[in-house]
Design a protein around this ligand. Structure first.
Ligand code: HEC
Ligand code: HEC
Length: 211
């Protein structure tokens, strides 16, 4: 009887403390020992932490993780004096070998967490009009397109999306001529005529989260 009671208590404890990202059929991804520190900023299961500007990366496609770790390592991202968040990340990527970058990409793409909460306002219907130009590369549902090297946009934090659009606009990202894909995106961002247009399109992208 005592044993049964303890088992019951243990079961209840597990049930109330179990984090939301643990789904019945999906075990949480365990970071390899040499990559545990990624979660110090990006959070458990890479769920993101706005306090240190580290975006949610859970489930991000491995090819894109690899592309961006190399972009930081190559000095295409995280070198501009106004890019405080990028400068936080750059030394983390610079320390990784090619093999570690491949392992990191695998780990990140295996992580799962709840979709991010909305933190910004904007006019989603105005954003939707502009998004039709984005959809050509990023997909109608923001699912991304590996053939075009365009990442998924759904599942990213709204505050992170807005920072990146501003970064491309201001030449903080995508201005190194060797950064082919960043250069492409920097050219495209000019479609969004002002900051309000950026907030509107970001607001629309967050409506794709629940599709
Ligand atoms: C010191 C805090 C910190 C640590 C540790 C850290 N990151 Fe980051 N990471 C950031 C920040 C901040 C950004 C956002 C940079 C920006 O806004 O441009 C970022 C961005 C990224 C991006 C780009 C995401 C995108 O959508 O383009 C990837 C990929 C990434 N981190 C992976 C990792 C991996 C893998 C590790 C472990 C090897 C790691 N990070 C460790 C802070 C950190
Ligand atoms: C010609 C194809 C193309 C079009 C059109 C396009 N993008 Fe992109 N986008 C890309 C590529 C390629 C990247 C990866 C760039 C890099 O490596 O820095 C990217 C990156 C991004 C990122 C960075 C994501 C991250 O995780 O850091 C955001 C945000 C983004 N695009 C938003 C948009 C929006 C909003 C539009 C429409 C106004 C748009 N894109 C139109 C190709 C495109």
């Amino acid at each position: 009887m005592r044993h049964l009671t303890l088992t019951l208590i243990a079961t209840v404890l597990v049930a109330v403390t179990i984090p939301q990202w643990v789904f019945a059929d999906e075990a949480p991804a365990i970071p390899p020992d040499d990559l545990v520190y990624c979660t110090v900023c990006h959070g458990v299961q890479m769920r993101g932490n706005q306090n240190v500007f580290a975006p949610r990366l859970s489930g991000m496609a491995g090819w894109y993780v690899e592309l961006q770790l190399n972009a930081f390592k190559n000095g295409w991202r995280g070198v501009h004096e106004k890019d405080l968040a990028g400068m936080e990340m750059r030394p983390m990527a610079a320390a990784l070998s090619d093999a570690q970058i491949a392992t990191a990409a695998q780990f990140v793409s295996a992580t799962r967490s709840p979709l991010p909460e909305q933190t910004l306002d904007g006019d989603a219907s105005a954003g939707k009009k502009n998004y039709s130009s984005c959809a050509v590369c990023h997909g109608a549902n923001g699912e991304g397109n590996v053939a075009l090297h365009a990442p998924a946009l759904r599942g990213l934090n709204d505050w992170y999306l807005l920072t990146q659009l501003r970064n491309y606009r201001d030449g903080i990202r995508g201005s190194d001529p060797a950064d082919n894909y960043g250069v492409q995106m920097r050219a495209t961002v000019q479609i969004l005529e002002d900051d309000q247009a950026m907030q509107d399109v970001v607001r629309y992208i967050t409506t794709l989260h629940s599709d």
